[in-house]
Design a protein around this ligand. Structure first.
Ligand code: PFF
Ligand code: NA
Length: 446
């Protein structure tokens, strides 16, 4: 297979695409509930430490490989391994990434479907005048209705796949450009509102004052997985985006900006959501339903609450949309690289992901008690194992490939950070990121 000729139209477009991939459910939905379940500030501290020490260097490695290969992830790895006279089996890393994005996208679509449902309910004014208990009951009733959930899951997947079918560099760049700053503004507004609630102080304490007794191996592993997930690293999805990166752009600089933005969005969302949790006397360890209960409660009290809530879910939807496109792209690009037309590749991926998503839909009703692994139902399985295990393993192998296997000259050119920047990055990967990921993974698995 030959090099792809597709490119992001500018350096800025590349940064926006990667930001779009990074900022999504991980920041606004997963970060708050994981923090709630994993001891608050301890989790936050670990996650930020992992973003800096592993997330960033591995993110650079992943994009760099795609940029050097200029093919789909699997084919880039095969091509670069051949060039380095290394084992052709490296291509299986691309396949493993494909499996990872497949399962992540299958639940991502279902949860993003929830925001479609809530967007419609908010615009209808369904939450006006409801108290916390009624809003909680409304969410439970929605989860128990597989037809409604399937409808929203289908809608979201169609939205995603129609963009992917049309190619990456099309209207998406402009959409990102408009919507990401708006999302940011709305989060700030939400935080200002949160600051006026009784729970604000408690939320800050909860997020910023670590209670070391909450520390456990499980918490460390969760924080590691979350650092990879939120940056979209370890699944070869950013590798696919790297293939379209323009020449003459320093990778570390672009990626640094993305990481700062990603952490900031998570923090703002966390402050907002926990203020409401504490001011309403709710349980921070409530799990995946957390924001779908707290936000409607918060906005139900605000003037123009339905409008704000509607806009918030719309923007959440756009944020998840730009992430789900990134999840789908590597699968489609790989099939395309194997000779399929893009439209056909997209349709195939769509059908497969849709079917897997149904298992997540049913995990809230008929299949809630079905034990897939270690007492987890399907939704619990796909929201934990691909993130906490597959992403770190994928990230580890990506780092090893970039730091030890690829020829120096190829990597140096694709990183585009000068010889000194290259040396620092390579040393970080070799002596910090790789050993640290290995230690955490092994201690977690044992
Ligand atoms: N980074 C995305 C989020 O925080 O929602 C999720 C994600 C996208 C994970 C792409 C993995 C991936 F390859
Ligand atoms: Na994220």
């Amino acid at each position: 297979m030959t090099e792809t000729l597709e490119r992001w139209s500018s350096r800025r477009a590349f940064i926006l695409a990667v930001t779009g991939a990074a900022v999504g459910l991980g920041n606004i939905w997963r970060f708050p509930y994981m923090t709630g379940e994993n001891g608050g500030a301890v989790f936050l501290l670990l996650y930020v430490a992992f973003v800096v020490s592993l997330g960033l260097p591995v993110m650079m490695a992943e994009i760099m490989i795609g940029r050097a290969g200029r093919r789909s992830p699997m084919q880039s790895l095969a091509y670069l391994a051949h060039q380095a006279e290394a084992s052709p089996h490296w291509r299986w890393l691309g396949v493993f990434g494909g499996v990872t994005v497949f399962f992540i996208l299958s639940f991502y679509s279902v949860v993003s479907g929830w925001s479609i449902e809530f967007l419609i309910e908010a615009v209808n004014g369904d939450f006006v005048g409801l108290g916390p208990a009624e809003i909680g009951a409304n969410f439970d009733a929605f989860l128990a209705d597989p037809l409604r959930m399937t409808f929203n899951h289908t809608l979201f997947l169609l939205l995603t796949m129609s963009v992917v079918a049309a190619g990456v560099a099309g209207g998406l760049e402009k959409l990102n450009n408009l919507m990401m700053p708006l999302l940011y503004v709305l989060l700030v507004v939400l935080v200002i509102y949160a600051a006026s609630t009784d729970g604000f102080g408690q939320a800050l304490t909860w997020l910023l004052r670590p209670d070391l007794s909450a520390l456990s191996v499980g918490v460390v592993l969760n924080a590691l997985g979350h650092a990879f997930f939120t940056l979209a690293v370890g699944a070869c999805a950013l590798m696919a985006y790297g293939a379209y990166m323009p020449d003459h752009q320093s990778l570390p600089r672009a990626v640094g900006a993305v990481a700062v933005l990603d952490v900031a969005v998570a923090l703002l969302a966390g402050v907002a959501i926990f203020s409401v949790v504490f001011s309403q006397g709710m349980d921070p360890g409530e799990g995946p339903g957390l924001m779908f209960v707290t936000l409607p409660i918060a906005f139900a009290e605000l003037p123009w609450g339905s409008l704000w809530l509607g806009i918030f879910f719309l923007l959440l939807l756009l944020a998840t949309w730009t992430s789900s496109i990134n999840l789908a792209e590597p699968m489609v690009a790989t099939l395309q690289g194997m000779g399929l037309r893009r439209s056909r590749a997209t349709a195939l991926v769509a059908v497969a992901v849709w079917l897997a998503g149904l298992l997540s839909v049913l995990s809230f009703s008929t299949m809630a008690e079905v034990d897939w692994l270690a007492g987890m139902n399907f939704f619990e399985l796909v929201t934990t194992v691909p993130t906490d295990v597959f992403l770190p393993i994928g990230g580890l192998l990506i780092a090893i490939f970039a730091a030890w296997v690829m020829p120096r000259s190829t990597a140096l050119r694709a990183l585009d950070a000068g010889p000194n920047g290259f040396r620092v990055w390579q040393a970080l990967l070799r002596y910090v990121s790789i050993p640290l990921t290995l230690i955490v993974l092994l201690s977690g698995l044992i």
